[in-house]
Ligand binder design. Structure first.
Ligand code: SF4
Ligand code: SF4
Ligand code: FES
Length: 333
């Protein structure tokens, strides 16, 4: 089959960047990586890309394919093009990391974030003479995160990292869950405290991109949500994210819907005057366009506050959702 490629090129020596286009013949069963290697071997020896296992194991061939991070060795041409030989596949390096050359990025940012979460077990006290005994269900829950091959696809497409390079980012947070939720680890509370600070678990906007692009089903966003639950259960609630969750839930339980007037002071803290002043112009704009109904000015739960009809049903939904939380397993030795 004919394969058309449009590949982003970056020449670090001359600081030049642009696109190269190639049209080659490949067998129908080819992957994008096969096609790129074919280009490098027979068409253009200057094309730089990274790869090793060619089996979706080593994580080295991540790149953006039609504007979505993927493993090139796992991307079947026929699937990417939908069988349309006129479809020109756009191939670009991962984003959120500096480009070294063509499709190769500097992954230092990725690994520095992994190091930030202490990615190793830290048992409390001496390790047992014999093996730990860990309940099966505890390890099954962790197998998702253990599947991570450090490919960087989730970091490339993370929408928060795009605007805030301090964000710990999805792969490292999934790794943090792997150790915080491991019943053999003795520093779960400290880990959760650190992860609850600025740039940690509460900075994720739940855009779901990391879940969509992860080739190994790690689903980092889901792990981040689990870390949030663990932090809340551990009583680590003196931060904007936890306060936001609490005022959100209280607003629903008390009135059946979000009380926009109290969301901001409830989240940043009633006495956080500097932050409230920063947000004041936005609040005034919302007031002007009717997004802050003054009828909601009575705090949720206070006498006279808004209540929608059928509140018992709303509260039942909240109660049932709370019952769905999984119990954590414990370790013995
Ligand atoms: S869900 Fe969160 S961590 Fe995942 S890509 Fe979106 S912002 Fe980043
Ligand atoms: S979580 Fe998934 S996408 Fe992110 S580095 Fe690991 S395997 Fe790659
Ligand atoms: S070459 Fe190893 S994951 Fe693609």
């Amino acid at each position: 089959m004919k394969v058309k490629l449009k590949v982003r090129r970056t020449d670090p020596e001359h600081g030049a960047a642009g696109y190269s286009q190639y049209a080659i013949d490949m067998p129908e069963s080819s992957t994008l990586l096969d096609a790129l290697i074919q280009v490098r071997e027979y068409e253009d020896g200057t094309l730089a890309l990274r790869c090793s296992c060619r089996s979706a194991i080593c994580g080295s061939c991540s790149m953006r394919v039609d504007r979505r991070a993927r493993l090139a060795c796992r991307a079947k041409i026929i699937t990417v093009t939908g069988g349309d030989e006129e479809h020109e596949i756009l191939v670009e390096p991962m984003t959120n990391m500096p480009v070294i050359k063509d499709l190769i990025v500097d992954q230092e940012l990725f690994f520095s974030k992994i190091r930030q979460v202490d990615p190793y077990l830290q048992p409390l006290g001496p390790v047992p003479e014999r093996e730990y005994r860990v309940p099966n269900e505890a390890m099954i829950d962790l197998t998702h995160t253990m599947n991570c091959i450090m490919c960087g696809a989730c970091v490339s497409d993370c929408t928060v990292l795009e605007v805030d390079k301090n964000f710990i980012a999805p792969a490292a947070l999934a790794k943090a869950y792997r150790f915080a939720a491991d019943p053999r680890d003795g520093h779960t509370h400290e880990r959760l405290e650190k992860l609850s600070e600025y740039s940690g678990i509460w900075d994720c906007t739940r855009c779901n991109m990391c879940v969509e692009v992860c080739p190994k089903g790690v689903a980092p966003m889901n792990r981040i949500l689990q870390l949030r639950e663990m932090a809340m259960e551990a009583g680590i609630q003196n931060n904007a994210g936890a306060r936001h969750t609490n005022i959100f839930t209280k607003s629903i339980i008390d009135g059946g819907r979000l009380n926009e007037v109290w969301m901001l002071p409830g989240s940043v803290g009633m006495f956080n005057v500097p932050r409230l002043l920063v947000e004041a112009p936005g609040a005034l704009r919302m007031l002007r366009v009717g997004k802050l109904p003054l009828a909601q000015a009575i705090p949720p739960g206070a006498p006279g506050s808004h209540k929608m009809q059928g509140m018992d049903r709303v509260r039942n939904v909240v109660k049932k959702a709370a019952l769905l939380k999984p119990k954590r397993a414990e370790v013995t030795d």
